[in-house]
Design a binder for this molecule. Structure first.
Ligand code: DC
Length: 224
């Protein structure tokens, strides 16, 4: 890793607020923001669109190296050049993404893309395995968590706001299922890095979480 550049790794379970705070933090720091969950979602969408079965590892693996996943200048995720930032938030993707994220070959494909995007830049990257694997030399590692019910409540409100049909119970069930699969998979499970700082956002507002992260970065003695 090139020490001239700063990497901030933010990991944590589903709907802990990682993407929201990571995006704000990156803009405050003038760093590039990389949403790795969006990349797993885009791969899942591609599998579904091609009529392949996300529950089948061998079928899902077919697309490795054959699809193009990138971000545009507005941080919108592109699948083969098309902006799919709305489609990747649909329930059908949320219900299947954990299967895709548990397949080792697909992870290796996406991890190498993530490392390539981050190369030679100051970045804030969020995901599940950033501090433990993707950017394991990151200068700042934060593990962001929140109580299950609070995470389900946030996801429910987000869905309603975006006009997506849903119930609180469905959100809670999806979060529980994803937490389980994400933390029990064999390769790179969701896990707190030994040198990560834990931040529980259950009773915190978004701005407070961002401020706390800024403090953590300053305490590390990183010059901004
Ligand atoms: O953060 P998210 O909800 O958009 O992530 C979608 C899924 O992708 C989630 O169930 C776990 C998986 N994921 C992962 O396994 N590793 C990452 N670095 C990011 C996401």
């Amino acid at each position: 890793m090139d020490k001239r550049y700063i990497s901030v790794a933010i990991d944590g379970p589903s709907a802990s607020g990682k993407s929201t705070v990571a995006k704000l933090l990156a803009s405050k720091l003038h760093f590039l923001y990389i949403d790795t969950g969006a990349m797993y979602r885009a791969y899942t969408l591609a599998v579904i669109n091609k009529g392949l079965d996300p529950k089948s590892e061998s079928e899902s693996n077919i697309l490795i190296g054959k699809i193009n996943i990138s971000f545009d200048d507005n941080n919108h995720i592109l699948l083969d050049g098309k902006d799919v930032s709305k489609e990747i938030r649909e329930n059908v993707v949320a219900d299947n993404v954990s299967y895709i994220a548990s397949y080792k070959e697909i992870r290796l494909f996406l991890v190498s893309l993530q490392q390539e995007i981050a190369k030679g830049k100051n970045v804030v990257m969020d995901g599940r395995d950033i501090g433990t694997y993707v950017l394991k030399d990151a200068q700042v590692k934060i593990f962001l968590c929140a109580k299950e019910e609070e995470r389900a409540r946030r996801r429910y409100l987000e869905n309603i706001e975006n006009g997506r049909e849903t119930s609180f119970e469905d959100c809670l069930a999806n979060i529980k299922k994803r937490d389980y699969i994400d933390s029990h998979r064999e390769f790179c499970p969701l896990k707190q890095a030994e040198d990560a700082i834990i931040l529980d956002s259950t009773d915190m507002k978004i701005e407070e979480v961002v401020e706390k992260m800024m403090e953590i970065i300053k305490e590390k003695g990183i010059e901004l």
